[in-house]
Design a protein around this ligand. Structure first.
Ligand SMILES: [Zn+2]
Length: 233
């Protein structure tokens, strides 16, 4: 049987009380796409309520520590937390990073131990303009082209999205490569393709930040497209 796991690594911009003094002058930055994935919590809420067997969201800001980066990645800590002494950084890893990553990994291992296959959707949103470049997609589907099931499922999801939201531009492995560093990539290294299939869903933040882009059928359309794809698989 297939289990659907839905996660959201950048759902919130919360800073734990112990570290708030570091962010005193950063209230504005925390509210931008650098602080969290704008709209992702809502998207995650709708998808997980409709179809998740297991769900995990990290409500802490990636400016504290990025749960979608490996421990050795240079962007694990932000410009605000990177200069902290080593023991404080280790404490942040222990208190805030590992509990999230380990909860997700344990859930996957438990389901696989029960002889189930885990289909994972990691929910993200992206800023419409980065470094003055306009992103040319409304929705991105990220997968590992070497993993047959991920490729097939992503194509079915794209087809379904084109049916329910025909005016939107859906691109594959955009704005990032599916094999770039992240939670999904780390789970791929730990579990075989026959047991674990992970994808990232990336939705343009303009639907939340620009009034003229708001779409009432966006979230129900995405949910329908995903449900139809997983029902077939
Ligand atoms: Zn994200």
């Amino acid at each position: 049987m297939d289990i659907l796991l839905v996660t959201c690594e950048h759902a919130g911009n919360r800073i734990p009380a112990a570290y708030r003094s570091l962010f005193q002058a950063q209230a504005r930055l925390l509210r931008t796409h650098r602080g969290y994935d704008i709209g992702a919590a809502e998207l995650f809420g709708k998808i997980s309520a409709a179809m998740a067997d297991d769900r995990y969201a990290c409500m802490l800001s990636r400016l504290l520590i990025d749960p979608n980066r490996s421990l050795n990645h240079p962007a694990l800590f932000s410009a605000i937390t990177r200069p902290l002494p080593r023991d404080l950084r280790a404490a942040i890893v222990r208190q805030y990073y590992l509990p999230y990553r380990e909860a997700v990994e344990t859930a996957v291992a438990r389901r696989i131990g029960e002889r189930q296959r885990v289909l994972h959707i990691s929910v993200h949103t992206f800023t419409p303009v980065l470094d003055r470049r306009v992103r040319t997609a409304d929705i991105g589907l990220l997968y590992d082209p070497q993993r047959r099931i991920e490729k097939k499922l992503s194509r079915v999801i794209r087809k379904n999205l084109r049916t329910v939201l025909p005016e939107l531009r859906v691109r594959m492995n955009y704005p990032y490569a599916g094999i770039a560093d992240g939670l999904v990539s780390s789970l791929r290294r730990k579990f075989p393709p026959s047991r674990y299939c992970g994808m990232e869903l990336e939705v343009n933040q303009k639907f939340w930040t620009q009034a003229r882009c708001r779409k009432n059928n966006l979230l129900p359309g995405i949910v329908r497209a995903l449900q139809a794809a997983f029902a077939r698989e």
